[in-house]
Write a protein that binds this ligand. Sequence first.
Ligand SMILES: C[S@@+](CC[C@H](N)C(=O)[O-])C[C@H]1O[C@@H](n2cnc3c(N)ncnc32)[C@H](O)[C@@H]1O
Length: 318
Amino acid sequence: MTARADHIPVLLDEVIRSLAITPGAEIVDGTFGAGGYSEAMLRSGARVYAFDRDPDALLEGADLAGRYEGALRLYAACFSIMDRALTEDGVNAVDGVVLDIGVSSMQLDRAERGFSFQKDGPLDMRMSRDGESAADFVNTADEADIANIIYRYGEEHRSRRIARAIVAARPLSTTAELAATVRKAVGHKPGAPKDPATRTFQAIRIHINSELDELTQALDAAERLLRPGGRLVVVTFHSLEDRIVKQFFRERSGGAGNVSRHMPLTQTKGPEPTFAKAEKAVRPTKAELDRNPRARSATLRAATRTSALPWAQQEIAA
Ligand SMILES: C[S@@+](CC[C@H](N)C(=O)[O-])C[C@H]1O[C@@H](n2cnc3c(N)ncnc32)[C@H](O)[C@@H]1O
């Protein structure tokens, strides 16, 4: 079995249905991964612009691009810059944007990528394979900064104790060393349903890859790029991400009152909604969870773009 085949696309049928693809529709797949969504969209007759910041994912995507010659374009880039990258290629608007946030099974399962506490590998966690690694962070950051990251991005209330233990154990160079340090700091009951290192690993990964900033910027980019009637479909895997998506849809559909960081406070009339009210969130069925337990925390949210100008442009026009 190839590494690509190891990633089972999450909520695939629901994503494809939600995108309402018509032949020739132009869709951005912001998170190519193993190409599961892209392949299904190509099969439905779409032209796909696929992004992934992980160079390994795109190497594996070359095969798919070959099979759907001309219909799949791959971008080794972050999804936060999707509109800029496409505009440079002469594409100014698309019919759909899909984001499947988080890590792929290939990233998690390959020990050398350093994402998993279940496999020993170098403490890396960089999706793009450049910039600060997890080892750089835990070995050089202040104890207070480490505690803040673990608290904020791991929602871990024992963050101070863990940060103290990390600093005392430095230098740390492997995922097993970090996991053992966290378990020792907070106590590990063998057989407990959740490993105590889970939240700390999530937090450091989010920090290293600026995941929440990336998501926030991608939603704005999608607002700029989508045609009226276009669909924005986002799958998230934990509450921090889901909150950002839910809030974005609520705000941009006019459901959060007329308060906007894009509009002056003196403005009496709020900006025009750029999205229709988001549909009810979709969660995996029991059948999907039986097939793929990794889907358990997935949530799909989606909404349709209106014809209003993006909020940042409405501000300029106001
Ligand atoms: C859950 S996987 C996507 C799986 C894909 N939907 C499929 O069906 O195969 C997430 C992918 O998004 C990529 N990714 C995460 N954050 C990104 C970002 N800010 N920009 C571009 N790609 C990103 C990861 O490298 C990973 O390959």
